[in-house]
Each structure stands twice: as C-alpha cells, then as structure tokens.
Ligand binder design. Sequence first.
Ligand code: AMP
Length: 355
Amino acid sequence: MGIELASASRVAAVKERTPVIATLCSHSSLQIFHGARHEGLGTLGIAVGKPPRFYEAFPLARPDRFLSLPKLAELGRHAATLQREGAVIVPTGSFVEYLGPTAFNALEVPVFGNRKVLGWESDREKEREWLEQAQVPMPKKFANLDAVDGPVIIKYYGAKGGKGFFLAKNPEELADFRPTGPYVIQEYVVGTRYYVHFFYSPLSEDGYRVRHGSIELLGMDRRDEANIDELYKLGAQEGLRRAGIRPTFVVTGNVPVVLRESLLPQVFDVAARIVDTSVDLFGGMVGPFCVEGIVTEELQFKVFEISTRIVAGTNLFPSGSSYSDLVAPQLSTGRRIALELKRARAEDRLGEVLS
Ligand code: AMP
C-alpha cells in the first residue's frame, strides 16, 4: 500500500463516474486527450478565450468539450462543478506557469500526481537540495563570481525558457556580466543533452522497483533551443555579443533521441534516486517526470534540471517510442496517465495517484 495523497471526499466523484481528463489547451494537450480517449475516459479542454482551432485538424485528439474562460484565473470559480463532474486535472508546464503555482495548488479539483512537488520544483535552491540529497551527479555550483574557475552558465531565478542566461567561457568573460536579478552560477557542462521521460507508478508491483512502486522509461528527446542551437551558423559567441545578440535557450521544438544502451543503467539509477528521495521529502513524485542532463565525454550523466510532470518532448510519441514500445504497444505518456487512473479506480486506490 502506498501513500495517501488525497482524501476520500476529494476523489469521491472520480470513483463514482467515468473520470474526465481536463487540461489546458496547450503544451501536450493533444497527446493527453488522445491517450484519455484511447482508454475510454472523458476529456475537457480548458481554454482562455476561444478554443484553438487546431483541434479541428486532429479528430483523435479533440476533447469532448471545452471550458472557455475569459481569464485562466477564473478556473477556481468552476472548481466545484468540475469536481462534481469527476474531473481530474493533468498539470503541464504551461498550465502551472500561466495559472501560477499558488493558485494551482489551491484548486479544489483532483490533480493527477502529487501537487506538493510544485514547491520543490519551482524553487532552484530547493530542487538542488532534493537532488543533492538523492546524490545524483550535477553541474558544480559556484558560491560567487570570484570562485569561478572555468566555463559557467549563469541562470536567473524563475527565468522562462532560459531568457537572459549568461555564458562565460572563462573567468575573464565575467567582466561583461551585468546581473538583472537574483541568479545562480553553474559549471557549463560540455557534452550532449538528453531529456529522459519517466513515469513513476506507486501502484505497480513489477518492473524496475522503487519504494512501493516502479519506474518506466517512456521516451527521450532533445530540445531545440533558439537561438543557441543555431549559434554555429553565425560564428563564435563573441561575434554574436559584438552584434548585440544574447544566446537564449527558449524552446522551439523537440527531436527524438536514444541513448547509448550502456548509459541506461546510469539514467535509471539517477531516476530511481530522485523518486526514492521524493518519497521521504514530500510523499513521492507520482506519474510522469523528466530527468534533464548532459552526458560528458567521460560518459557521466550530469543532471541540470528535473521537470516533475509531463514534458512537451513526449509529444513526439503519441503511439509509442523506442522505449515505451518495449513496455507495452502504443504507449504514450498521455495514455499511461489514463491507464494509471483507471487502475487506481479499479483497485480503489485513487488517493495514491491524485492529490
Ligand atoms: P534550465 O532552465 O536549467 O532548464 O536550462 C535551460 C537550458 O540551458 C537547458 O535546456 C540547457 O540547454 C542549458 N543548460 C542548463 N544548465 C546547463 C549547464 N550546467 N551546462 C550547460 N548547459 C546548461
């Protein structure tokens, strides 16, 4: 038996009626609705203003109905109705960011996964504390600018899409750094990025066991980050800086990748440690999450970030990836969420996967 995240009264309607998967019309909604429909669940698209027209082009991923709001902040006013209708909110990066973590946390509607994770993920210091406790390899952190002894990336707190991050190849280049807010200084890890999509099921009794459940590897991608990924076309960074262009890491798309098979034990070990520690810290990170790291030439996977919910890179695999094909056929992360919800409902364990 796992950990109860939600009370029986909060999940009562999800038990009594066919659950309705609800999410914001953005980010990974197509895949989430597609997976829910595949599993016979209801679907509700939450839109600000008119629902996006692109759903008309994707009949298999169109939600059954829409809730159109003038502002997302009004969602709370519909909470009682949504709860009565058996709605289950699937959080995405956009959903949490646009509504704000505090308002999201206060929603009186069952949320898939453990909403306590929000407080740990949204704060860079707390996230580092979690990863340090999990003893996973990370880029080195410098206490101040004087301590820098090699290439660094300087990240602002809460910077969306890495906007305004400062890169310095050596301590001398820090002379150009003009801070515009609180920041952290990290070793710039030279290597190849991998964004690894996992799913933690507290209900599962087989597979790669972690605590009272198990983790599954469902896919992997690399993010296209503008304009840094195209930097090579314009020459070295100094040239760009002279031209007044600052490299940014705003994500514009995703490409599928696979990892050298000999590196899989390392990423599974890292993911298992992160989940294991999350159980001790706040009752566990349930459902989809992404471990984001850089593999160095020494073949070490250094984690620079974790996303504690479905990431948009999973949109690459609506009918399975090189990894999820080996777990079950046609298994997307969206469908995996629906399957977990159905299982929890059948086994009367909804309180372990909803919060
Ligand atoms: P973050 O906001 O931490 O997810 O970082 C945004 C992007 O910056 C990542 O997707 C990477 O491309 C890059 N990045 C972050 N941390 C590092 C690091 N320590 N070394 C090299 N690149 C990094």
